[in-house]
Design a protein around this ligand. Structure first.
Ligand code: NDP
Length: 248
């Protein structure tokens, strides 16, 4: 099946984890994918791995999504090197978890700048080509924590709740040009990000998941691929929790 033949996709935070799997899935179904991450080493490695499976589909771009001018340059570079973008996936995200009492200004700024301003930067940079593209899609990777909150994650919760509000406002602004904008809210997915958590925390989270296990990166990539596909043309401004039933 090649749902994304002749499509150009940008996946931020594509260097590992959920983003790498989203980039892989889009490439597997025919897209050419710009794999964006902060560090050169991670996006190059991810692009190499994707190209090993699906030759000529992935290209690495090392850019910090929080850097507004750098993201504008990235959009020009991708347009020159790959062509006009059809699919933008805002997946880059970080955590700086600690209780509000102990949270430093820098912990707040880093998380908001990456998780929320990063999406503002990319949507600003890519919206003009998207408005002219075939089946144009914006998909933002939020989190169930943006829906239900979590002690020790005020910065992260605020960034993801903000991203959900941003998704709905962008969906309304761009609907007239048939650009859809949706959010996916993952629950607890096994990646480097969640690997850092103590076993006791993981055990407590597991108790709250009706389906009884953590999710895999492929669970998120499947939902993103559907939303990116022509089949999802009539869906916009929505938030899809992929969380094993955690937030039902
Ligand atoms: P990882 O920490 O495994 O990977 C994050 C990726 O984002 C890396 O490639 C990293 O780049 C990149 N990144 C981080 N900051 C920036 C930046 N400023 N500019 C560009 N790229 C950046 O995360 P996950 O795969 O676990 O998470 C992916 C997304 O899913 C995040 O938005 C996260 O909040 C969300 N999510 C994850 C959940 C989970 O359970 N794992 C649950 C809910 C939501 P580099 O490799 O260079 O460091």
């Amino acid at each position: 099946m090649s749902r994304f033949a002749n499509k150009i996709a940008v996946v931020t935070g594509g260097g590992r984890g959920i983003g790498q799997e989203i980039a892989r899935k889009l490439a597997a179904e025919g897209a050419k994918v710009a794999v964006v991450s902060r560090s050169e080493s991670s996006c190059s490695k991810a692009a190499e791995e994707i190209n090993a499976e699906f030759p000529g589909t992935a290209k690495a771009y090392a850019v910090d999504v929080a850097d507004h001018p750098a993201v504008q340059d990235l959009a020009k570079k991708i347009a020159d090197e790959l062509g006009p973008v059809n699919i933008l996936v805002n997946n880059a995200g970080v955590t700086r978890d600690t209780l509000l009492m102990r949270m430093k200004e820098e912990d707040w700024d880093t998380v908001l700048d990456t998780n929320l301003k990063g999406a503002f930067n990319t949507v600003k940079a890519f919206m003009r080509p998207l408005m002219k593209a075939e089946d144009p899609r914006i998909i933002n990777i939020a989190s169930v924590i943006g829906l239900i909150g979590n002690a020790g994650q005020t910065n992260y919760s605020a960034s993801k709740a903000g991203l959900i509000g941003f998704t709905k406002a962008v969906a309304r602004e761009l609907a007239g040009r048939c650009v859809t904008c949706n959010a996916v809210a993952p629950g607890f997915i096994t990646t480097d990000m969640t690997g850092e958590l103590p076993d006791a925390v993981k055990e407590a989270v597991l108790q709250k998941i009706p389906l009884g296990s953590f999710g895999e990166t492929t669970d998120i990539a499947e939902m993103v691929a559907f939303l990116a596909s022509p089949a999802a043309r009539y869906i916009t401004g929505q938030v899809f929790a992929v969380d094993g039933g955690m937030t039902m």
